[in-house]
Design a protein around this ligand. Structure first.
Ligand SMILES: N[C@@H](CCC(=O)N[C@@H](CS)C(=O)NCC(=O)O)C(=O)O
Length: 230
């Protein structure tokens, strides 16, 4: 009988990014892992080219494990929970919470993040360098797009999420699951970009609860500073 090789999951971790939630999940599951750190370019905020050697898109998070490379936060989270969770952090397959789990796992990146990303881009257009004679026009267009389209979209999502949290305070059923880990990033980004407000006390309470979890704290210690872009 040959001994099973020990698990060595490598998280290719970009500073101030979505990969923080993968570290958090690994801490929640108590799995051994190593971190390979990558720093954003200070000017463009893009990932360094080395990350493209791991995965062609060069985005974070991406993990390598047992000869596999897994990209895309939702796919990584589902892979880790399904392969190593032994039933933890996931509702039972035939329970009503299972569909909610799947829904939020997709919704986070598929629906919640696009308007938040647009807000980040348009904030940067407003504040970025440009010739003085274009600045008033560019700022006017950015402000108009934000107020007429982006912010109403974000408000609709935040109000929807606020209502959905009413049942238990968690996204998929009565218990904390990996869907809460996946949903943490859009809510942290919204809090940073002025999307979640005092009008959404359940979202604020959710963020406070997750930030107080020992596993979340340990992930911060291992991952280093985590300040989302505004
Ligand atoms: N939907 C993807 C998004 C990946 C993504 O855009 N990651 C950002 C970090 S939060 C990134 O790598 N940005 C740097 C770049 O695009 O160069 C996921 O959830 O994994």
């Amino acid at each position: 009988m040959t001994a099973r090789s020990p698990i060595i999951i490598t998280v290719h971790h970009l500073n101030n990014s979505r990969s923080q939630r993968v570290l958090w999940l690994l801490e929640e599951l108590g799995l051994p892992y190593e971190i390979k750190h990558y720093q954003r370019d200070a000017k463009t905020m893009l990932a360094p080219p080395e990350l493209r050697a791991v995965h062609p898109l060069g985005k974070s998070p991406v993990i390598t494990d047992d000869g596999l490379t897994v990209a895309e936060s939702g796919a990584i989270i589902e892979y880790l929970v399904d392969r190593y969770g032994a039933g933890r952090l996931k509702p039972a397959a035939d329970s009503p919470a299972a569909l909610r789990y799947r829904y939020w796992m997709h919704y986070a990146e598929g629906s919640a993040m696009p308007p938040l990303l647009m807000k980040l881009i348009f904030n940067r257009i407003e504040s970025g360098p440009m010739p003085f004679f274009i600045k008033p026009i560019a700022k006017g267009i950015a402000a108009k797009v934000k107020s007429s389209f982006i912010q109403p979209q974000i408000d609709a999502h935040m109000n929807f999420i606020e209502a959905e949290l009413a049942a238990s305070g968690w996204f998929a059923g009565a218990e904390f699951t990996a869907a809460d880990v996946q949903m943490s990033f859009p809510l942290e980004a919204a809090a940073q970009r002025g999307g979640a407000s005092a009008k959404q006390p359940r979202i604020s309470a959710f963020l406070q609860r997750i930030h107080a979890r020992p596993a979340y704290q340990r992930a911060l210690e291992r991952g280093g500073a985590y300040a989302l872009l505004g």
